[in-house]
Design a protein around this ligand. Structure first.
Ligand SMILES: [Fe+2]
Ligand SMILES: [Fe+2]
Length: 182
Protein backbone atom coordinates (compact mmCIF):
# COMPACT_ATOMS: atom_id res chain seq x y z
CA UNK A 1 0.00 0.00 0.00
CA UNK A 2 1.38 3.41 -0.93
CA UNK A 3 1.74 6.02 1.77
CA UNK A 4 -0.84 8.79 1.83
CA UNK A 5 0.73 12.10 0.91
CA UNK A 6 0.07 14.42 3.87
CA UNK A 7 -0.28 17.62 1.94
CA UNK A 8 -3.03 19.84 0.71
CA UNK A 9 -2.87 19.86 -3.09
CA UNK A 10 -4.68 23.21 -3.12
CA UNK A 11 -1.67 24.87 -1.50
CA UNK A 12 -0.04 27.66 -3.47
CA UNK A 13 3.59 27.25 -4.53
CA UNK A 14 4.68 29.58 -1.70
CA UNK A 15 2.65 27.65 0.89
CA UNK A 16 4.04 24.30 -0.30
CA UNK A 17 7.58 25.70 -0.13
CA UNK A 18 7.00 27.04 3.37
CA UNK A 19 5.68 23.60 4.37
CA UNK A 20 8.74 21.81 2.91
CA UNK A 21 11.16 24.17 4.66
CA UNK A 22 9.47 24.20 8.05
CA UNK A 23 8.63 20.49 8.12
CA UNK A 24 11.40 18.71 6.23
CA UNK A 25 14.42 20.99 5.92
CA UNK A 26 14.32 21.93 9.62
CA UNK A 27 13.96 18.24 10.51
CA UNK A 28 17.06 17.39 8.44
CA UNK A 29 18.94 20.25 10.09
CA UNK A 30 18.12 18.84 13.55
CA UNK A 31 18.38 15.15 12.79
CA UNK A 32 21.52 14.81 10.64
CA UNK A 33 23.91 16.03 13.40
CA UNK A 34 22.23 13.66 15.88
CA UNK A 35 22.74 10.77 13.48
CA UNK A 36 26.37 11.81 13.01
CA UNK A 37 26.87 11.80 16.81
CA UNK A 38 25.40 8.30 17.09
CA UNK A 39 27.56 7.02 14.24
CA UNK A 40 30.66 8.63 15.82
CA UNK A 41 29.86 6.72 19.01
CA UNK A 42 29.61 3.45 17.04
CA UNK A 43 32.94 4.21 15.36
CA UNK A 44 34.51 4.90 18.77
CA UNK A 45 33.28 1.53 20.03
CA UNK A 46 34.31 -0.59 17.05
CA UNK A 47 37.07 1.53 15.46
CA UNK A 48 37.63 2.15 11.79
CA UNK A 49 39.70 -1.04 11.52
CA UNK A 50 36.47 -2.60 10.38
CA UNK A 51 36.45 -1.99 6.62
CA UNK A 52 32.65 -2.04 6.27
CA UNK A 53 32.18 0.48 9.09
CA UNK A 54 34.97 2.66 7.70
CA UNK A 55 33.42 2.83 4.22
CA UNK A 56 29.93 3.30 5.66
CA UNK A 57 31.06 6.15 7.85
CA UNK A 58 32.78 7.90 4.89
CA UNK A 59 29.65 7.49 2.79
CA UNK A 60 27.44 8.82 5.58
CA UNK A 61 29.55 11.96 5.77
CA UNK A 62 29.12 12.52 2.03
CA UNK A 63 25.38 11.85 2.34
CA UNK A 64 24.98 14.29 5.26
CA UNK A 65 27.04 17.08 3.68
CA UNK A 66 25.51 16.88 0.21
CA UNK A 67 21.99 16.69 1.61
CA UNK A 68 22.59 19.84 3.68
CA UNK A 69 24.02 21.60 0.61
CA UNK A 70 21.03 20.46 -1.46
CA UNK A 71 18.55 21.95 1.05
CA UNK A 72 20.54 25.22 1.16
CA UNK A 73 20.52 25.46 -2.69
CA UNK A 74 16.75 25.02 -2.66
CA UNK A 75 16.21 27.58 0.08
CA UNK A 76 18.65 30.22 -1.17
CA UNK A 77 18.48 29.81 -4.96
CA UNK A 78 15.56 27.83 -6.36
CA UNK A 79 12.66 28.43 -3.96
CA UNK A 80 12.93 32.26 -3.94
CA UNK A 81 12.70 32.22 -7.76
CA UNK A 82 9.63 29.93 -7.59
CA UNK A 83 7.97 32.31 -5.12
CA UNK A 84 8.84 35.32 -7.29
CA UNK A 85 7.33 33.58 -10.28
CA UNK A 86 4.08 32.98 -8.41
CA UNK A 87 3.84 36.35 -6.67
CA UNK A 88 5.02 38.66 -9.46
CA UNK A 89 4.60 36.55 -12.58
CA UNK A 90 8.30 37.15 -13.21
CA UNK A 91 10.05 34.58 -15.34
CA UNK A 92 13.61 34.60 -14.02
CA UNK A 93 16.28 35.97 -16.32
CA UNK A 94 18.76 33.47 -14.85
CA UNK A 95 18.77 29.81 -16.00
CA UNK A 96 17.90 30.79 -19.58
CA UNK A 97 14.57 32.20 -18.44
CA UNK A 98 13.19 28.96 -17.03
CA UNK A 99 13.31 27.03 -13.77
CA UNK A 100 13.05 23.67 -15.54
CA UNK A 101 16.82 23.09 -15.59
CA UNK A 102 17.48 23.81 -11.89
CA UNK A 103 14.43 21.70 -10.94
CA UNK A 104 15.84 18.85 -13.07
CA UNK A 105 19.16 19.22 -11.25
CA UNK A 106 17.37 18.93 -7.89
CA UNK A 107 15.50 15.82 -9.08
CA UNK A 108 18.80 14.32 -10.23
CA UNK A 109 20.24 14.96 -6.78
CA UNK A 110 17.21 13.27 -5.15
CA UNK A 111 17.92 10.21 -7.25
CA UNK A 112 21.61 10.31 -6.30
CA UNK A 113 20.65 10.38 -2.58
CA UNK A 114 18.49 7.27 -3.08
CA UNK A 115 21.31 5.42 -4.84
CA UNK A 116 23.85 6.43 -2.23
CA UNK A 117 21.51 5.34 0.57
CA UNK A 118 20.99 1.92 -1.06
CA UNK A 119 24.74 1.48 -1.44
CA UNK A 120 25.30 2.53 2.17
CA UNK A 121 22.77 -0.04 3.35
CA UNK A 122 24.90 -2.84 1.87
CA UNK A 123 27.89 -1.84 4.02
CA UNK A 124 25.74 -1.27 7.09
CA UNK A 125 24.15 -4.71 6.76
CA UNK A 126 27.56 -6.34 6.41
CA UNK A 127 28.83 -4.50 9.47
CA UNK A 128 25.72 -5.03 11.60
CA UNK A 129 25.81 -8.80 11.10
CA UNK A 130 29.26 -8.72 12.71
CA UNK A 131 27.95 -7.03 15.88
CA UNK A 132 24.94 -8.24 17.79
CA UNK A 133 22.63 -6.22 20.00
CA UNK A 134 24.37 -2.85 20.02
CA UNK A 135 22.07 -0.26 21.53
CA UNK A 136 23.68 2.80 19.90
CA UNK A 137 23.86 1.15 16.48
CA UNK A 138 20.21 0.08 16.86
CA UNK A 139 19.21 3.66 17.69
CA UNK A 140 21.17 4.97 14.69
CA UNK A 141 19.52 2.45 12.31
CA UNK A 142 16.04 3.24 13.65
CA UNK A 143 16.47 7.01 13.36
CA UNK A 144 18.05 6.83 9.90
CA UNK A 145 15.12 4.68 8.68
CA UNK A 146 12.73 7.37 9.96
CA UNK A 147 14.73 10.03 8.16
CA UNK A 148 14.42 8.01 4.94
CA UNK A 149 10.63 7.83 5.38
CA UNK A 150 10.55 11.58 5.79
CA UNK A 151 12.76 11.99 2.71
CA UNK A 152 10.18 10.11 0.63
CA UNK A 153 7.42 12.54 1.60
CA UNK A 154 9.78 15.51 1.27
CA UNK A 155 10.75 14.47 -2.27
CA UNK A 156 7.15 13.79 -3.27
CA UNK A 157 6.13 17.29 -2.19
CA UNK A 158 8.88 18.82 -4.30
CA UNK A 159 8.63 16.56 -7.36
CA UNK A 160 4.87 15.98 -7.44
CA UNK A 161 3.57 19.33 -6.21
CA UNK A 162 6.00 22.26 -6.25
CA UNK A 163 7.93 21.49 -9.46
CA UNK A 164 4.85 20.62 -11.59
CA UNK A 165 3.02 23.73 -10.35
CA UNK A 166 6.04 25.88 -11.29
CA UNK A 167 6.22 24.25 -14.74
CA UNK A 168 2.50 24.84 -15.39
CA UNK A 169 2.73 28.47 -14.25
CA UNK A 170 5.84 29.10 -16.36
CA UNK A 171 4.12 27.73 -19.46
CA UNK A 172 1.02 29.83 -18.81
CA UNK A 173 3.12 32.99 -18.42
CA UNK A 174 5.19 32.20 -21.49
CA UNK A 175 2.14 31.74 -23.73
CA UNK A 176 -0.56 34.18 -22.60
CA UNK A 177 -4.04 33.66 -23.99
CA UNK A 178 -4.49 35.21 -27.43
CA UNK A 179 -7.48 37.53 -27.59
CA UNK A 180 -9.27 38.16 -30.86
CA UNK A 181 -8.50 41.54 -32.48
CA UNK A 182 -11.45 43.92 -32.90
FE1 LIG B 1 14.01 19.98 -0.08
FE1 LIG C 1 15.04 18.52 -2.78
Amino acid sequence: MTKKLPVNLEMTISQAIEDVISTHHRYLQDELPKLQDLLDEVVLTYSLDDENLKIYSQMFEVYRETLCEHAIKEEKDLFPLCIELEENGTIPSVCRGSLVDPMDVMEGEHEAFDLLYQKMQEYLERFSTEVKEDEVLGEFIKRFALLQEDMLIHKMKEENIIFPKVTILESALASPAVFPAY
